[in-house]
Every structure is written in C-alpha cells, then in structure tokens.
Design a protein around this ligand. Sequence first.
Ligand SMILES: Nc1nc2c(c(=O)[nH]1)N=C([C@H](O)[C@@H](O)CO)CN2
Length: 126
Amino acid sequence: MDRILIEALAVDTVIGVYDWERTIVQSLRLDLSLATDIRPAAAADNLRLTLDYAAICQRIQRFADEHQFALVETFAERLAECLRHEFSISWLRLTVRKPGAVPQAASVGLEITRGTPPEAIEAMYS
Ligand SMILES: Nc1nc2c(c(=O)[nH]1)N=C([C@H](O)[C@@H](O)CO)CN2
C-alpha cells in the first residue's frame, strides 16, 4: 500500500490544560502518513483519483480553528476520526508535537495509528 506524506505541518490552535493556555494560540507540528493506492491517479495523471494533500492540510487547520482541546491526545484522536471519515482513509499514522511545551525538550507529543493496517489489506488481496 502506498502512503501520502505530510511532514512538519504547522497548525495554530488553542490547546492546553492550564488556564493561561486557554488565552493564547500555540503552534503544533504534525506529521501524517496516509495509506492509499496512488496507481489510479498516476495512470490518469488526475488529482481527483488520489488524496489531495493540500486539501487535507487546509482541513486540518480548519479543524484546529474550530476546536479548543485541553489535551494533545484529544486533538489527535478527534482529528484522526475527522480525516478518516471525510477523506475515506483506511489507515493513518498521525504524530502531534507541541514545541516549547516542556522547555527542556525540543518538543513533546504523541503518535497514533488508526484504521486497518496496510499489510492486512494487502494480505486480503494476495
Ligand atoms: N500527555 C499529555 N501531557 C500533558 C499535556 C497533554 O496534552 N498531554 N499537556 C500539558 C500542558 O498543556 C503543557 O503542554 C503545557 O505545559 C501538560 N502535560
């Protein structure tokens, strides 16, 4: 299975567990790996037959504008649900980093995977 990649996407949002964090906008950094079969789009050279990474990036920032979560866990889980539903993504890996949250660390955050693993889909068709 092929994967569309989005790396170090800067996303501005209100997020954090402390009161002072509810009054500021902070910048998250997102990495995404999105399972898809690129062959139909490549054969036809047609954007409509693949995952449009620009449209996905725009949707992510709109999601961030529309929500204010306490935890990066909630942001990641809800965003993964949103993207899988709206773009019919069978599997994704999402990393959310919050630079500056812990001064001693370059960034902190988490990584989640959701959906049917690409290997399982490939095994069904082999
Ligand atoms: N596992 C998590 N730990 C912490 C989070 C979080 O979202 N998930 N958030 C905070 C604060 O908001 C922090 O980013 C600011 O100091 C602390 N721990």
